[in-house]
Ligand binder design. Structure first.
Ligand SMILES: Cc1ncc(COP(=O)(O)O)c(C=O)c1O
Length: 337
């Protein structure tokens, strides 16, 4: 929406200065107010919010800040299929990766309570991501509370990647935040990229446990990841407005419906989903996902083979709800089965 670039232009300073790692109070307050409106949680903007340059860098850097390879706490737990940065952060930090195969019949939930005690005892960070990339799976507060209990009992930092929280489909229950069940020992990662279509601005924030936010802030001072104040001003305007997020949500919901119905009519199995930016579907005819992606590409359709998101998903593919509704319809007409 035009008010966001306008806000950025208005905030461009005549004299450029280094931004602060803590971010502007205006952005921290806008983020805390958003969390209050959307999730009914009370977050202190001074101590419990930390602006980031998009959520990817913060997700990556968390492992570098927290994992201590020489200590007994060297492991990062995450679900597979999943967003690949949880793994790359762990490996660059010299930590141990612990991917957990997410099962369709268990709702693609990462269940910490099912991990061996030996793994929990050495885990520094456990990552949750619901609505889930790539499957669109969602969870409820009961699940989140159970994960928070296991994390607390085992001294694990529970990190929740919540960049798709505002993209739910028609009539669905808005996805909850981990912050609704606790702010102790947890961090939630939010982004302007999906909610406001601001991928190029690189802006997000982390919110949660004040002690963890304080130490992450101190650590990030070394990384040069402070966001320019004019970006933060535009981001503050975006977090303060819910109407544009609702309008984007309606467009994604429409694309989701068009594609799900169109794929179902062609006999392609689609995972039912309530939220997110993706469709997770089974490759038709038992073909390998890579070969099927190539066939789609020959017809001008870009899909991501399930294997891109980790081992064990080779018979699935992911569609991103990025093209226009018209382009989705055109793609369906050419869709290979
Ligand atoms: C699950 C997930 N988390 C985080 C990100 C990073 O988004 P950004 O860095 O734009 O905030 C993405 C981007 O696709 C994602 O899919």
């Amino acid at each position: 929406p035009s008010f966001i670039p306008e806000a950025l232009k208005q905030a461009l300073p005549a004299v450029s200065q280094y931004p602060s790692v803590a971010g502007t109070p205006v952005l921290r307050t806008a983020a805390a107010d958003y969390l209050g409106r959307r999730f009914r949680v009370r977050i202190d903007p001074a101590t419990q919010v930390l602006p980031t340059a998009g959520s990817k860098e913060a997700i990556f850097h968390l492992a570098l800040a927290v994992v201590e390879p020489a200590s007994g706490r060297d492991t990062v737990v995450y679900g597979t299929p999943g967003y690949p940065v949880y793994q790359s952060g762990a490996l660059f930090a010299g930590g141990r990766e612990h991917p957990v195969q997410l099962q369709r019949e268990r709702g693609y939930r990462l269940e910490l309570e099912r991990l061996p005690a030996e793994v929990l005892a050495r885990t520094a960070i456990a990552w949750l991501n619901y609505p889930h990339n790539p499957t669109g799976a969602c969870v409820d507060r009961v699940y989140l509370a159970a994960q928070a209990d296991v994390a607390r009992a085992n001294g694990i930092l529970l990190a929740s990647d919540e960049c798709y929280q505002d993209l739910w489909f028609d009539g669905a229950e808005p996805p909850p935040s981990l912050l609704e069940v606790t702010t102790t020992g947890v961090l939630a990662f939010h982004s302007c990229s999906k909610r406001s279509g601001m991928t190029g601005y690189r802006s997000g924030f982390v919110a949660g446990d004040a002690a963890l936010i304080g130490s992450f802030r101190g650590w990030r001072a070394h990384m040069g990841v402070g966001s320019p104040t004019f970006i933060e001003h535009a981001a503050a305007m975006a977090w303060s407005d819910d109407a544009h997020a609702a309008a984007r949500r309606a467009v994604f919901a429409q694309k989701f419906r068009v594609l799900v119905d169109g794929l179902a009519a062609k006999g392609i199995e689609v995972l039912p989903s309530r939220a997110g930016l993706y469709i997770w579907a089974r490759v038709p005819g038992g073909a390998a996902a890579d070969a099927y992606a190539q066939r789609c590409l020959e017809r001008g359709i870009v899909i991501s083979p399930g294997g891109f998101f980790g081992a064990g998903s080779d018979d699935w593919f992911r569609l991103a709800l990025v093209p226009s509704v018209e382009e989705c319809r055109t793609a369906l007409a050419a869709w290979p089965v």
